[in-house]
Design a protein around this ligand. Structure first.
Ligand SMILES: [Zn+2]
Length: 268
């Protein structure tokens, strides 16, 4: 049997959430629900709101506390269509965003989601050059696969994309591979007149998701970091020795047995 990758702790599934634009009331309510059920999310924010003159600037301490345990991530300093800008403006947008969000969050901010979900080869090249690790699109895969390229990280679906059915399918996956359920949206979209999705539905989704077995609950960047470490594992020709050059453990399945590969060499 082939050696297969597992997720942290030797599980097969990961659930991650991803919310854009950082609206105050909506995010407060949403984080409250996520924290109640142990769900992890990334919040993609626009840096212009977190500098003097921005609406969030007098709430920085409160907001830092709010997003604790989740990921603060980029979304463009001013939320532009990045693919319409000169290259130097893309660089400026991203570096300004990063700088203001890092000053706010207090740690290196390494991920993002594309404003309006749009991008181009030039934009992706700039992000790569700036060492931005991942960026989420708005194109639904409607499946549980991992991204081919983290700079075009397509989510499973938007939260209005029939997520109860997706969750049911995710529960039923009889896992011998690894699977990811990735939901995105905006916290201002709940209970709006033009949308059918309510706060109550979000809460019942999270309650049910919290009972998922064999599942890791992670932010986007935690998934990026783990998958990157996972792909760096080197295996001896006899498949008995493993070299993990990363600083974090990676889990594998070898002939039906789970193994934790700590940093360094592991013999099984
Ligand atoms: Zn946005």
């Amino acid at each position: 049997m082939p050696i297969k990758y597992l997720l942290p702790g030797g599980v097969h599934k990961v659930l991650t959430m991803s919310y854009d634009d950082g609206k105050y009331e909506g995010d407060k309510k949403l984080v409250g629900i996520f924290n109640k059920y142990g769900i992890k999310s990334s919040f993609h924010l626009n840096g212009r709101n977190y500098v003097p003159g921005g609406w969030a600037y007098d709430k920085l301490d409160e907001l830092r506390e709010l997003y604790k345990g989740h990921e603060v991530s980029m979304h463009g300093f001013t939320h532009p269509f990045l693919e319409r800008l000169p290259k130097s403006e893309v660089i400026y947008e991203m570096q300004k965003d990063r700088e203001s969000l890092e000053a706010f969050a207090g740690y290196p901010v390494r991920g993002m989601s594309y404003p309006f979900g749009t991008h181009s080869k030039q934009v992706r090249d700039v992000l790569e050059m700036l060492d931005i690790k991942y960026s989420r699109t708005v194109r639904a895969t409607n499946n549980f696969s991992f991204p081919e390229s983290f700079l075009e990280w397509h989510p499973t679906c938007h939260h209005k994309g029939d997520i109860f059915k997706k969750l049911e399918d995710f529960e039923k996956v009889r896992a011998n591979e690894i699977y990811m359920l990735y939901i995105w949206g905006h916290s201002y979209e709940f209970n709006q007149e033009n949308t059918s999705f309510t706060w109550e539905e979000m809460e019942s989704f999270c309650e049910r998701a919290s009972k998922l077995e064999d599942t890791w609950f992670a932010t986007n960047i935690e998934i990026y970091d783990y998958v990157t470490a996972m792909k760096r594992i080197e295996i001896s020709a006899d498949r008995k020795m493993f070299y993990n050059p990363s600083a974090i453990s990676v889990w594998i399945d070898a002939d039906g047995e789970k193994h934790e590969l700590k940093p360094g060499v592991t013999k099984i």
